[in-house]
Design a protein around this ligand. Structure first.
Ligand code: SAH
Length: 532
């Protein structure tokens, strides 16, 4: 035991995480928690880009489903890779992300055994297996009172070493009254169906093939055991697909629901900043779309607050940052000069405290101060630091906050504003003598990771809410010139506002523009566009 404890401390921890069948909403909370803090993510081909988008943006992303020459990495190499990352990163969090559940035909057991042998600490985070969830998304319950009292999950792929034939006991399978669910079985299904009939299973048994289940491209093809092979060929059913056999399949005719959602089958790119995007992402996903969040700006906490007096222009922040860093202790000493600290964003709160703690101070610096927040979300963030707000305007805008503070008839030179470099001057106009500290900066995203570029290229449309989002999107994606695949960027765009629309047109997008400048109006427009 001691020996193992010693070894554990020397290596990072590996999490074998089930990503679920594809729909990002079917990842577990535990899985998401680990991905958000992972240092490395080793992932398979079947993992959806929306889930990759949840990973820590700083994580090293290793695609073992497809490598530079499009060869799959061998299982033994994946095992070695996991051990290697764990030993290179003593405190590291290594996420091994696999489709469905890691222990359902996922070779998770083999990877775990290798970790045990190497003395690497690990955790299994189960996932929702495609075996049950893919039929559910097609409206097929795997068990049903009066129809199936058991279900059996079978690999249609494993060959016996002795004779190279499928290692399935067809006699026994044919006798099963329960639902039969085959994973990885498409290539061999003609043979499997024939053998089941030869062994006595009713050739009229209903069969469904469900392709790319839970994704925007989910498709269900119905057949019977007698017609299974020819149906696969005629309908060109391709992997990944599940085959489900038994009376329950008929229920899919009444219970299919996913394919009836208005945005089913659509993959949309949302270019808003992550914090703003989640609202629209959730709404589009609930309507059946798969959403790839691709924010075009990111925020960075400055190493110390900078007062705008020393900022020549918003673009030269890093030059003045070095100077500010040297005097950061004294900056926080000047907090004594203020009575009110006003926060106008969650980023402002997080950045301020990061800087404060890094300079060796803590919240006692704020003792006796009044705290103002622009709105409820910022107020909630402050509460996480143990700070209750004294002033929050009714209308949750900078204008509202400025007017509220001005109405207090205090000396506004005692007000400190904690903001980002791009904050507008509303507050300063209303409180002319207030001091402003810039605690974070907003930068355009300059590069997208390869997996994201690929996912974006396969999307049906892009959602733009500003001209800068359009311009930056074009910069980060390969251009649509003659040398490039003409599909490298989706052609359709959904825009908020006429300015955004004309920027998108300039770059050859077809544009669909919302009637009003709200997300609600845009979502309605998207649904209208795809259902007309
Ligand atoms: N561990 C996975 C299964 C891995 S085997 C799980 O628990 O789901 C890979 C097989 O799973 C594929 O060949 C296919 O049969 C099935 N599969 C996985 N995802 C699927 C999906 N989204 N739609 C249809 N079949 C899927």
């Amino acid at each position: 035991m001691r020996f193992f404890l010693f070894l554990y401390q020397m290596s990072g921890k590996v999490y074998l995480i089930g990503a679920g069948p594809g729909d990002p909403g079917l990842l577990t909370l535990r899985g998401k928690e680990i991905l958000e803090k992972a240092d490395v993510v080793v992932y398979d081909r079947l993992v959806s880009p929306a889930i990759l988008g949840m990973c820590n943006p700083k994580a090293k992303m290793v695609d073992v489903g497809k490598m530079p020459q499009h060869h799959k990495v061998k299982q033994s190499e994946i095992n070695k890779l996991l051990v290697q990352f764990a030993s290179e990163m003593p405190d590291g969090t290594i996420a091994r992300l696999k489709g469905g559940d890691p222990f359902v035909f996922g070779r998770g057991g083999e990877e775990a055994l290798e970790l045990v042998a190497a003395g690497v600490e690990f955790e299994i985070v189960p996932g929702i297996t495609s075996a049950i969830s893919v039929p559910a998304y097609a409206g097929i319950p795997v068990s049903h009172r009066g129809i199936a009292t058991s279900f059996h999950i079978i690999t249609g792929h494993e060959k016996a070493e002795s004779n190279g034939e499928l290692s399935l006991d067809f006699e026994t399978l044919a006798k099963c009254q329960g639902t039969l669910i085959f994973l990885m079985g498409i290539a061999n299904m003609d043979f499997i169906a024939q053998r089941l009939v030869e062994c006595g299973k009713d050739p009229k048994t209903p069969v469904a093939f469900i392709e790319k289940g839970t994704s925007p491209y989910q498709r269900t093809v119905m057949a019977t055991l007698a017609t299974a092979g020819e149906t696969i060929a005629r309908e060109n059913v391709t992997a990944p697909a599940i085959t489900i056999m038994g009376g329950v399949v008929e229920l899919g005719r009444s219970l299919a629901w996913k394919k009836n959602l208005p945005l089913s089958g659509k993959r949309l790119v949302v270019t808003r900043a992550a914090k703003q995007a989640s609202g629209i992402t959730a709404r589009l996903a609930a309507l059946g779309a798969e959403v790839i969040e691709t924010p075009m700006i990111e925020t960075r906490t400055l190493s110390a607050p900078i007062t705008p007096k020393v900022i020549a222009s918003p673009r030269s922040l890093s030059a003045v940052e070095a100077g500010a860093r040297q005097s950061k202790a004294s900056v926080f000493d000047t907090i004594a000069d203020f009575d009110i600290l006003a926060f106008t964003s969650v980023n402002g709160v997080e950045s301020f405290f990061k800087q404060l703690f890094a300079a060796g101070y803590d919240v006692r610096v704020l003792a006796g101060k009044k705290i103002a927040s622009v709105g409820k979300i910022t107020e909630k963030k402050l509460l996480e630091y143990g700070i209750r707000c004294d002033y929050v305007p009714e209308d949750h805008t900078g204008d509202g906050l400025g007017k509220l503070l001005a109405s207090l008839n205090l000396d506004d030179s005692r007000v400190l504003l904690l903001q980002g470099n791009l904050a507008d001057d509303t507050l300063q106009r209303l409180l002319p003598k207030a001091t402003r500290w810039v605690v974070y900066e907003t930068l355009p995203v300059s590069e997208l990771p390869e997996w994201k570029r690929e996912a974006v290229a396969m999307a049906d449309a892009v959602v733009f809410a500003s001209t800068s989002a359009v311009e930056n999107f074009i910069k980060t994606m390969p251009q649509r010139d003659e040398d490039m695949d003409s599909n490298s960027v989706p052609r359709t765009s959904f825009c908020i506002g006429r300015m955004t629309e004309s920027a998108a047109r300039k770059h050859d997008f077809e544009t669909v523009t919302s009637d009003e400048t709200t997300m609600d109006s845009l979502v309605n427009k998207i649904v209208e566009y795809y259902t007309k």
